[in-house]
Write a protein that binds this ligand. Structure first.
Ligand SMILES: [Zn+2]
Length: 276
């Protein structure tokens, strides 16, 4: 009896020891191995380092200080970003007047070569609370996407804008949209240069509807349904004609209008590239 008793008490204790050894080994496998693996992957480490040294991280583009979407009286406040491409043009004054009249802020993606003729324009837009972004120097598909000068042209325009405004601007709008033209190599260059890139969620097709502001209004209002929308517009005569009704319709749908804010950046590109 005594022997058996001893045996039964001995067996669980050795089981406990075995269990302890297995438990510690599992911990090693679960926690230590992935660490070794991560250190071993120099590509990962490099990518992380690159992200850390980019000037964009200083202004915290990806961690929003203020929440983007807020609720008011139990209702979600929807956010609308109106964006105007291809300025500076003779229509911009009218566009800005309409925005101011309606107490609406927006974002302007300017072509670098137009700034020679309108050197005071970017600073004046910034002072009004609008955002100014880069839209390349040439706006030429072949130069940007086939010959691969996309990032280079954006950086040239960034410098130009810094000279005119004193501000380092980080957001670009790819002419014709980033897909399919923008290669992975160009996106890597953009990310390494600390630039961000926005395509859009709603295409108004305004550039293609010169005598049809009604259709432009319809294109925007019909597709504005999500909590955050980014609308592609251009500095065109027909856009000026459509703009008051677009704003009125969007306000009726419960949208509040914002100019792009680098502190509240979120990735929005057709490649789903989270770095940009
Ligand atoms: Zn354009």
């Amino acid at each position: 009896m005594a022997f058996r008793k001893k045996g039964t008490t001995k067996n669980p204790s050795s089981f406990r020891k075995k269990f302890f050894v297995i438990f510690i080994s599992s911990l090693l496998v679960l926690f230590i191995m992935p660490l070794l693996k991560l250190n071993g992957s120099s590509d990962n480490a490099k990518a992380i380092q690159n992200l850390k040294v980019s000037p964009v991280s200083k202004i915290k583009l990806t961690t929003t200080k203020k929440p983007l979407i807020t609720t008011y009286n139990g209702k979600t406040q929807k956010v609308m970003y109106l964006t105007f491409d291809d300025g500076v043009s003779k229509y911009e004054k009218d566009i800005v007047n309409i925005l101011e009249k309606n107490n609406v802020k927006a974002t302007f993606f300017l072509i670098g070569t137009t700034l020679k003729e309108y050197p005071h324009n970017p600073q004046s837009l910034l002072q009004k609370g609008e955002y100014v972004g880069m839209h390349s120097m040439s706006h030429n598909y072949k130069k940007l996407y086939i010959e691969g000068h996309f990032t280079e042209e954006m950086l040239t325009e960034q410098k130009l804008l810094k000279g005119l405004t004193g501000k380092e601007i980080h957001l670009v709008r790819p002419p014709y949209g980033s897909k399919p033209g923008l290669t992975l190599d160009e996106r890597n260059q953009l990310a390494n240069s600390g630039l961000k890139m926005w395509d859009w969620t709603i295409d108004s097709y305004d550039w293609n509807l010169p005598h049809n502001p009604k259709q432009i209004i319809n294109n925007v209002l019909r597709h504005a349904n999500r909590n955050v929308e980014v609308v592609l517009l251009h500095e065109k005569k027909q856009t000026v004609e459509a703009l008051p009704s677009i704003i009125k319709g969007l306000k009726a749908k419960g949208y509040t209008f914002k100019a792009y804010d680098e502190d509240q950046h979120f990735p929005l590109n057709f490649w789903h590239d989270g770095r940009l």
